[in-house]
Ligand binder design. Structure first.
Ligand code: TIU
Length: 220
């Protein structure tokens, strides 16, 4: 298969070697009362990508492709949350504190769940990650290798934080990655635009980008 209009040049992939990786589409970042809002962000910006992401997920499922969902999640005892991460800045609630959707960024809490519209279904992989990158301390690389995955299609939030970190980790592990432009968002529109530019500059130094419609056209 080929995404003809990918940037900076066409992106070739085989369905059986490719996974769709949706980064941290969890209530903590997208709904009021979670980690994103405690950091001082306007979370309403992120909701806008849900319809396109849902449509891409649906098309990918119908094609039979592997789906990976990640959540930024810490253990209840916070043993996997470095003090440097918990103590950073001046949030209204810190990781582990009790918020309106349960303890902030803690596994199993209501706020830590993937939003209903994109909820994982049987057979899909769900990775809880303590860091920004999906590969750090998760076993994701080994899991993908066992399945013969060489290509990754990324969506999720936020573009320049967990998505970009994960794409850079994937790049160093040898994956060809493509970021779905309308399935990712940042609290800072200029950072999203800059990230898309950074990813595809220098002949796809990190990877490719394309609108989700181009992926769906390739799947038809
Ligand atoms: N703050 C911010 O933009 N992002 C994060 O803390 N995590 C993710 O990007 N998932």
């Amino acid at each position: 298969m080929r995404i003809e209009t990918a940037n900076p040049f066409p992106y070739d992939f085989e369905l059986k070697n490719t996974a769709l990786v949706l980064i941290d589409m969890q209530r903590d970042f997208i709904e009021p009362g979670g980690f994103g809002e405690t950091l001082g962000n306007d979370v309403s910006l992120l909701e806008a990508i849900v319809p396109a992401t849902k449509a891409a997920l649906q098309a990918w499922r119908e094609a039979g492709g592997l789906v990976v969902h990640t959540r930024e999640a810490h253990k209840a005892d916070l043993s996997d949350c470095p003090p440097a991460k918990r103590n950073r800045g001046n949030p209204s609630l810190r990781i582990g504190d009790e918020g309106p959707m349960g303890r902030i960024l803690v596994a199993g809490e209501p706020g830590n769940q993937i939003i209903d519209a994109l909820a994982p279904v049987d057979g899909e992989i769900v990775i809880d990650k303590p860091g920004k990158g999906a590969f750090y301390a998760t076993g994701l690389h080994e899991l993908l290798q066992r399945r013969g995955i060489t290509h990754l299609l990324f969506g999720g939030v936020t573009t320049e934080v967990c998505v970009q970190t994960s794409m850079r980790e994937a790049n160093d592990r040898g994956y060809d990655s493509l970021l779905l432009e309308d399935c990712t968002e940042s609290y800072f529109p200029a950072f999203k635009a800059a990230t898309l530019d950074m990813v595809r500059a220098q002949g796809a130094i990190v990877g490719w980008t394309a609108p989700s419609a181009a992926l769906m056209a390739a799947l038809r």
